[in-house]
Ligand binder design. Sequence first.
Ligand code: MF3
Ligand code: CO
Ligand code: CO
Length: 275
Amino acid sequence: MSYVAAASAPLRKTGHIKLYGPEGFEGMRRAGQLTARALDAVAEMVRPGVTTEAIDQLIFDFALANGAYPATLMYRGYRHSVCTSVNHVVCHGMPNPRPLREGDIVNVDVTLVLDGWYGDSSRMFAIGAIPRRAERLLEVTYESMMRGIAAIRPGGHVGDIGAAIQDFVEPQHMSVVRDFCGHGVGQVFHDEPNIVHVGRRGEGPQLVPGMIFTVEPMINLGRPHVKVLSDGWTAVTRDRSLSAQFEHAVGVTETGVEIFTLSPKGYHKPPYQIA
Ligand code: MF3
Ligand code: CO
Ligand code: CO
């Protein structure tokens, strides 16, 4: 895989890895911070009885009020402003009128497009008190994402990220989903390279300053296998075990890594201490 300056590349997937300059990093900071504020607003409204449709509406309104647009709306036929993945839903769950219930865990995945830049991030939310095994899953999933991000440095390789995640998760008898991965992001929603959440250190494309991509591990309490329901979107665990995911958009810097989608309110992982 080769690298091209993003500024002189077409606005689509080209088979090359785009390298962004300072304007790209600034655009991603602004889009990423807006997405993080949207997720902070979700943290302040979710509780038993709230529907995922209400979360969808909140994000749509928030995006438009801030001069942004939800990237998923009308994307490949998807018709919602967010993905809401409850309990054994791995990803791409669609908002619906069913009220969330005490004990549910839900991933809310938001991508706001601001001035052409895609801020892509997701967090888990616990609805009231959740079972101990669900708490452990959320903890391990968050920690796996942060370990994956901490493995990023210029001169390293994409495989370092997956290795850090897999080597942390599997000894705890949880599994890493293979069917979905992180992706290059920037002025394109899903770009090169794929960021697989398993792997071996030193393998895959080299990490180069200017690369921008997501790290978004999906971790299951049971087996890693998923199936997509007949709606064409909803991915669930085949064994119906609980699944969790966190996602940040990050950039490779000269010295390490910058996270664009950190919560300004410190709502990094549940339980969120609402101000
Ligand atoms: N935000 C998701 C991601 O992390 C993509 C959702 S695409 C949709 O890549 F169409 F399912 F919404
Ligand atoms: Co993503
Ligand atoms: Co996302």
